[in-house]
Design a protein around this ligand. Structure first.
Ligand code: GLY
Length: 358
């Protein structure tokens, strides 16, 4: 078993990573939770594969469990779903001494985490992430949120879990598209902070081969994220490095109404694009964008910018960032493993977009 502690302002919490951990979840939860009632929040997809398994494992340890199943998909990060979940928690008479387990991907983790942070002014939370994206990113660092009709993650808070339990074997039921989605974030960690991770990923023959060693890869990613989050829990400085590739990526995601490109795919396009711009500006070592392009191809991720109106992309970018005059803040890299927060003039972005769309 791999394990690490995240030192947060609210106290440390552990992350455990082990193949088959879900089978031991009852006894693992027993070690850290001395109460009786547990509400397991999950979605309709995850429930089919793992819902009952988790409930049975918890019941076997004598817990009294309740399962709340929301519809799978981003639309469940809504106020409507929140009301339904709060209502169920009231039905089950969950109180402040009880615990919520978020069993699912990023949507469930963010939404159930927000529920835990707000219901009765906060009740303890355990995260059991079931997608690669959630295992390496959203379950770690305490960001919880729901969407508003005008944008994603607009209402949320920082709320750390009591523990994160990661079972990499759960990735076996993910489709290839979901694995690539998470790989976008895994590659990002290598690019911003860890050239050793990057070249290790590069040396795998393909995504399938990388999955064989995914427990160690997840551990490395969680360690990088934990280090950053410990230094900047509330996202005012270094934590922003985690947004490498996300500004342009987010514009792509938004332009296609979050249905054309997955998050990881959009981040792939964003990482390549900003690196290429960095090269043209003399900020990034020449050849780095090509190295990123090659790894994206290896992990079945796109790198070319789709055709999007330049104005639309600039509009999305300027909403996304705190900007100074006509300069925009971006996460940039000098070379693989070395990132920093810098500024780029809007004209340079416009010029690049106009010359480089599919
Ligand atoms: N996913 C970026 C962050 O946690 O800050």
């Amino acid at each position: 078993m791999y394990s690490l502690d995240v030192k947060a302002s609210s106290g440390s919490y552990p992350i455990y990573i082990k193949n088959g951990l879900l089978g031991e979840i009852g006894s693992e939860v027993k070690k850290i939770y001395k109460g009786r009632k547990i509400a397991v929040v999950t979605d309709s997809n995850v429930n089919k594969f793992y819902g009952q398994k988790v409930i049975n494992a918890l019941n076997a340890e004598g817990f009294e469990t309740f399962k709340i199943v929301v519809k799978a998909g981003e639309e469940s990060k809504s106020f409507e779903t929140l009301l339904q979940v709060y209502d169920k928690l009231l039905d089950f008479k969950i109180n402040r001494g009880d615990i919520i387990i978020a069993l699912g991907g990023g949507v469930v983790g963010d939404m159930a985490g927000f529920v835990a942070s707000t219901f009765l002014r906060g009740i303890p939370l355990i995260q059991i992430p079931t997608t690669l994206l959630a295992q390496v990113d959203s379950s770690v660092g305490g960001k919880v949120a729901v969407d508003l009709p005008r944008g994603k993650n607009l209402v949320g808070s920082f709320y750390n879990p009591k523990a994160v339990f990661i079972d990499p074997l759960l990735l076996g039921t993910l489709s290839e598209k979901f694995v690539s989605d998470g790989m976008g974030e895994v590659i990002k960690y290598g690019v911003i902070k860890d050239s050793e991770l990057f070249y290790k990923l590069m040396n795998y023959e393909n995504s399938e081969a990388a999955l064989k060693g995914i427990d160690e890869i997840i551990y490395t990613c969680c360690t990088i994220k934990a280090d950053i989050v410990e230094r900047d829990e509330h996202d005012t400085g270094e934590r922003m490095l985690l947004n490498f590739g996300h500004t342009i990526g987010h514009a792509v995601e938004q332009f296609f109404n979050f249905t054309g490109y997955s998050h990881g795919e959009s981040v792939g396009i964003g990482m390549y694009t900003i690196t290429k711009i960095g090269e043209e500006l003399g900020i990034t070592k020449i050849g780095t964008a090509n190295i990123i392009k090659n790894i994206l191809i290896k992990y079945n991720l796109p790198w070319t910018l789709p055709e999007i109106k330049t104005e639309a992309i600039i509009e999305a970018i300027s909403h996304d960032k705190k900007n100074i005059g006509d300069s925009m803040n971006f996460i940039l890299i000098e070379s693989i493993g070395n990132s920093f927060i810098g500024e780029i003039h809007e004209d340079k972005i416009v010029e690049y977009l106009q010359n480089n769309q599919k």
